[in-house]
Design a protein around this ligand. Sequence first.
Ligand code: 13P
Ligand code: ZN
Ligand code: NA
Length: 282
Amino acid sequence: PLVTTKQLLLDAQAGQYAVGAFNVENMEMVQAVVTAAEELHSPVIIQTTPSTVQYADLAYFYANAKVAAERATVPVAMHLDHGSSFELAMKALRTGYTSIMIDGSHVSFEENIAVTKAVVDACHPSDVPVEAELGKVGGKEDDLDGGEGGGYTIPSEAVEFVERTGIDSLAVAIGTAHGVYKGTPKLDVERLSEIREVVSIPLVLHGTSGVPDEAVKECVKRGICKVNYATDLRIAFSKGVNEILAENPDTIDPKKYNACGRKRVKEYVMSKMQVVGSVGKA
Ligand code: 13P
Ligand code: ZN
Ligand code: NA
C-alpha cells in the first residue's frame, strides 16, 4: 500500500536498519523499484526531484507510484526529493505525495528554518512528514557532476534546526556528494555519531551512489534511517537500453529496450536493499 515515510522511518530507526529511497525517471523505473521491494519483502521509498517533475508533471509520477503501491503488499512511500520551493512542496502535497523534502540548504540558517517551518506547518495537518537538509551535500542534484562535500552539518545547529522547525527527518552533510565521485568519498562518520547523540529524529544520507557498501552500512549503524540513490539508477537504466540497442540497432519497439533498462534497475535496487538492511522488514 501507499504509506507516508513517518512510520516507515521510525520503524527503521527502532530496528536499526535503513529504508532505501530510489529516484525514478519513468514508469519502468517505478515498476523496477516496487517489484524489487515486493520480491525482497522490503519497505521502500520512491522519489522524484524538481527536474524530473518538470519533465513530466508531479501527477504523472504520482499516478504511476500509486498504481504500483496499491498493488504491492509492502509499504511504498512517494516522496518529493530536494523540494526547491514552498510552492513546489505545496503542489506535491496537493497531488498526494506522502512525504516531502524542502531543501533550504542553499540559503542562510535562518532562511532555511523559515521556509522549512512553513512547509512543516502546511504538511503536518494532513499527516505528511517533512525532510529538510542542514549543511550542504556536495555535487549538484540532478547532475552527474560529483565533487567535494560541501559544508558539513554542525551538531549544535542541527539540534536548534530540528527544534525550531518540527521536521520529521534530517538530511545530514557528512562528506557525500550527488553524482559520480571522482575518487573514493571520505565520510565523517564521527560527526554522524555526534549528530545522532543530540538529534532524536531519523537521519537521511544523500549522495549515496558511489559510496562503498561497507561505508553505507557503517552509516546505518550510526543512525542513518533513509539512504538515497539516484545517479546509479539512471546509469543502470541507460546501460540496459544502450546494450540492447548496440546489439540490435534495428529495435524500434520502446517496450523492448525499456524492459532491459527496467531489469537492470531492479537488480541494482535489490542489491542496495541488502546493503541498507531493509530486506524482510515488510
Ligand atoms: P546520488 O546522485 O549519489 O545518487 O544521490 C542521490 C540523492 O541524494 C538524491 O537525493
Ligand atoms: Zn539528495
Ligand atoms: Na553520489
